[in-house]
Design a protein around this ligand. Structure first.
Ligand code: SAH
Ligand code: MG
Length: 222
């Protein structure tokens, strides 16, 4: 597998990048570029699995890299938003509420993003709770990107449910890792520490993005 910490030899297609830039979401440019690099390195070896689709901003970056390499992305979300996206919370966006149901629904926005990016054949959406989908999953994952709910329970479930499917030498990327709790919620940082403890090795850090690799380290007894 190519080095997931290296700058990929190709960059995101300009028109696809424009779609990613225009999509609602939470993915600064430098972190998105690093995500693209890791996806480019891993895409030929197995599926890329994202937890936390939202409106498809990061899925567009992952999908662009996968498309370039003939790979595939699966992105999982219940599309009802995280705690911090709900009405009255910091990251709420009224446009994302289904007025009849009275709940958030980011799925139509995601769908439009994939259409605009020309990635409908590359990125497959799975609509459901992360833990529910993980419980019926069995395919080895070349790159796992955890960017779901930030409540401790959800982040821990995402790690517990999905990290075991990352293939040897595969990548685990975690977003919103803040070692200083003053910068953001601590749950993604906690699962990052747990991954290091489980034998994942950090290979790259950009902003709050951490890119780790599953090594056959001594802690695994291999
Ligand atoms: N990757 C996105 C941002 C994701 S925001 C981007 O690039 O902009 C986090 C998302 O995780 C939200 O859409 C929310 O609905 C989803 N989410 C939170 N908890 C979840 C859970 N338990 N199962 C599935 N999705 C969840
Ligand atoms: Mg995030």
């Amino acid at each position: 597998m190519e080095d997931p910490a290296a700058i990929a030899p190709t960059r995101i297609d300009a028109s696809i990048k424009q779609v990613a830039d225009d999509a609602k979401g939470f993915m600064p440019a430098a972190e998105a570029e690093a995500l693209y690099d890791a996806a480019w390195a891993t895409a030929p070896y197995g599926v890329i699995l994202e937890v936390g689709t939202y409106c498809g901003k990061s899925a567009t970056w992952l999908g662009a890299a996968a498309k370039d390499r003939g790979g595939r992305v699966v992105t999982v979300d219940h599309h009802r938003g995280s705690e911090e996206n709900q009405a009255g919370w910091e990251h709420h966006d009224r446009e994302l509420v289904d007025p009849e149901v009275g709940l958030m629904d980011t799925l139509p926005f995601f769908r439009r993003t994939m259409y605009d990016a020309g990635l409908e054949d590359v990125v497959t959406a799975v609509i459901g709770r992360s833990a529910t989908v993980a419980a019926i999953w069995s395919t080895p994952i070349a790159m796992l990107f955890i960017d779901g709910g930030h409540a401790e329970e959800h982040a821990q479930n995402d790690y517990r449910g999905w990290a075991k499917f990352v293939m040897p030498q595969g990548v685990l990327a975690i977003h919103d890792v803040f070692p200083d709790p003053a910068d953001g919620g601590p749950a993604p940082y906690h699962i990052y520490l747990r991954a290091l403890d489980d034998g994942f090795t950090e290979v790259r850090a950009v902003g709050s993005l951490r890119v780790l690799r599953k090594e056959r380290g001594p802690r695994r007894g291999l």
